[in-house]
Design a protein around this ligand. Sequence first.
Ligand code: UDP
Length: 380
Amino acid sequence: MYDSIVIGAGIAGAVAARKLAEEKGKNVLVIEQRSHIGGNCYDEKDESGVLIHNYGPHIFHTGMEEVFSYLSRFTEWYLFGHEVVAKVGGQLIPVPFNLNTLHMVYEKEKADRLEQKLVAAYGEGSRVPIMKLRENEDPDIREIAQYVYENVFLRYTMKQWGQKPEEISPEVTGRVPVLISYDNRYFQDKYQGVPKDGFTPMFEKMLTHPGITVKCGVDCKELLKLEGDIIYFKGEPFAGDVIFTGALDELFDCRFGRLPYRSLDFKFEHYDEESYQGHSVVNYTVSEEFTRITEFKYLTGQKDANGTTIVKEYPFAYTGAKGEIPYYAIPNEENQALYEKYRALTAGMKNFHLLGRLAEYKYYNIDAMTKKAMELAEQL
Ligand code: UDP
């Protein structure tokens, strides 16, 4: 019946399924555990008619032409330069920390001098990870580094990861480097924004193809069994390709122990007001228990909503309890070693492919995920 099976209808699964069906002529079954497609990109209108991102704010951004043009087949875009501010004391300062921020937090003469030093040390337009900036030996630059560390990274990272910036993988804080420029945008990619009508319609269009069957609300373990190096689908050996995008430890009943993840509790609030914070995202980098507040209308560009809806994000350690969602892998050597033990269990199955944030235990952005899924489908 089916040539290929894709487990999970998030960005990884949806892109792979579409390409296998359309370009390889495969008959693809997509099995999704949740009641809807789209993975954590899923969005819908709340009861007040405000378009919300149910699993936290997702902003698409890429410099990869091939990724942008591929996804553009399934959606038009609301493109904008995404900006974030951090609430520090009574001030809202641009994040990533950049030269505008520098001039907001130091008086003119000092800011001018510090700017010259930063430009001389790193070059105009450069991106310097905070952990690198802290290594600089110039006392003035160290002072800036200390300011940024304390006011932008320390508390936010403690909340998000339960660890200090120096305890987590440098690639994580490196996602938000100090910018030696006057660019207030959060990302520097050429294309940034959200699908014009939302992410969910983009996924619907992607998964609507004669070669694709989607089954939502189905746990893949009901249909698939792995025994030895053989995949069984409904009790019969399955020789086609299987792309798995779920949590690998859970597939193997956590036999070596759980892979650690960070989860989030989202608290949505609706206000019958035009605006709540006037910004799409405000990071709380020195206070509060939540990491950030997103006000959706400023992210989606929605004009016809009544009132406004926001979400606050409260991070916590994933335990695997019912209802919890593993959002972020926690990259470090120990966790990678545990992940590799699980991966080794799949090594003998040449038709079983791991793809995505969960299955690869990796911190992917939407664009990198799309690219990886395109490559895998092309390879098969
Ligand atoms: N980060 C921070 N303060 C900020 C923004 C980011 O400390 O104001 C750190 C924090 O550790 C965070 C990481 O940088 O987890 C990556 O941030 P990003 O915005 O990329 O996280 P995401 O949107 O993927 O949750």
